[in-house]
Design a protein around this ligand. Structure first.
Ligand SMILES: [Zn+2]
Length: 75
């Protein structure tokens, strides 16, 4: 579900959780409208910390990667 336009997000990428203690899984969804949507599971405090991080450099980095169309490596 897109946070921007509310449409179903069908393009979902699993994202490495390396370095994020307590976070079990993260998905990145790219909507047709350009909005990037995140989902995460794991310990509540760890997931909250992840979303807090999205408010800083992480969101800008991921957004620029998807906007220019370049594919990002998951290792
Ligand atoms: Zn959207």
């Amino acid at each position: 579900m897109c946070n921007g336009c509310g449409a179903d997000v069908t393009t979902i990428h699993p994202v490495s959780t390396r370095g994020l203690a307590g976070v079990e899984a993260i998905w990145l969804g790219q909507c047709d409208c350009g909005q990037t949507t995140f989902a995460a599971s794991g310990k509540p405090e760890a997931v909250q910390a992840f979303f807090d991080a999205l408010g800083s450099d992480t969101e800008l980095t991921l957004g620029s990667q998807s906007r220019d169309g370049s594919r990002h490596e998951i290792s």
